[in-house]
Write a protein that binds this ligand. Structure first.
Ligand SMILES: [Zn+2]
Length: 310
């Protein structure tokens, strides 16, 4: 009988129409030109023009089972058990001599922490996000102040809430960029967060969607040259979400890979273990993680900056 009830509930859930992460408008990106991994790798080890600064906007703690697949044989072998895992929420500041100041992801806005309901964070999300465990280190407001308020765009790795928690501080005129596939309908998981995502993006510019062409070398799901000058590449790494993007930045200090949440943790990177419950498609996420690790193995000068740990 219990089995029958479970089956009926499951059938009901599967029958529900899926849900996109947001209903915010999306248009085709005006920035970015189709590229490929060979083109990206040709200049990867030469210093580039971008001054890059990674800022820890907030310390936080989340379940380890969210950021690491504890069923991965490597994690089982290491005896990892679920617990609270300390993480950080980053914003990366890119200063390009011609194209201006860009953020990769947004950090956390002070106004969101001070009054989450007013910032648009729904009650269910407030309950599950455990914002009481979040400690601001440098708010998005403070980051923007250091830039003299001049931000020319936000490049998003994906649309999970902890990557757009800085949106309340981002001026409404600033262009926002993300993979257009981030908007696809995946399932009922998004139902809990769609309202909050929509409210955080309300009044902002439509999302400018990257349209990735297949990588001629088939190492990645696609590569885009963001400014068309070989300084910053958007790399399609689906799995964590359908439209997850990593960024390769040719900085003045050498090449830097911003993995986004294709890998949240240092342990996950070192042991090639994909994220856990926070990921849409674990198998695909693992493939993308392996592709990023292969890129770094081929170019050991690359400094790796992970989604949520140093
Ligand atoms: Zn994420």
């Amino acid at each position: 009988m219990r089995g029958q009830i479970f089956f009926v509930l499951l059938a009901g859930l599967l029958a529900l129409p899926g849900c996109a992460p947001t209903q915010h408008a999306v248009v085709q990106s005006t920035l970015g030109k189709a590229s490929g991994s060979a083109e990206m790798e040709r200049h990867i080890d030469e210093p580039g023009p971008v001054v890059l600064e990674t800022i820890n906007s907030a310390d936080w703690a989340v379940p380890l089972s969210g950021v690491l697949n504890l069923k991965n044989p490597q994690a089982v072998q290491a005896g990892l058990k679920d617990r609270d895992e300390p993480i950080q929420v980053y914003a990366h500041v890119l200063r390009h001599p011609q194209y201006g100041n860009f953020l990769v992801d947004t950090g956390v806005a002070q106004s969101l922490v001070d009054d989450p309901a007013h910032a648009g964070v729904g009650w269910l999300v407030r309950k599950f996000m455990h914002l009481e465990k979040l400690q601001i280190r440098k708010s998005t407001e403070a980051i923007l102040q250091d830039l003299g308020g001049k931000v020319d765009g936000v490049l998003l790795t994906h649309l999970h809430l902890d990557h757009i928690t800085g949106m309340p501080a981002i001026p409404a005129t600033v262009p926002l960029y993300a993979d257009e596939r981030e908007l696809v309908v995946t399932g009922w998981k998004n139902m809990a967060t769609q309202g909050t995502t929509d409210r955080l993006l309300a009044g902002k510019q439509p999302l400018q969607g990257w349209h990735f062409q297949p990588d001629p070398q088939h190492r990645f799901a696609g590569v885009i040259d963001v400014f068309g000058d070989g300084s910053v590449f958007a790399i399609s790494v689906p799995g964590h979400t359908p439209g997850s993007v990593a960024y390769l930045v040719r900085s003045t200090q050498g090449p830097v890979l911003l993995t986004g949440d294709t890998c949240h943790t240092r342990w996950g990177w070192e042991h090639t273990v994909e994220p856990g419950d926070f990921t849409d498609d674990g198998a695909r996420n693992l493939e993308s993680l392996k592709a990023l690790k292969a890129l770094v193995a081929a170019h050991p000068k690359i400094a790796v900056r992970l989604g949520h740990q140093p």
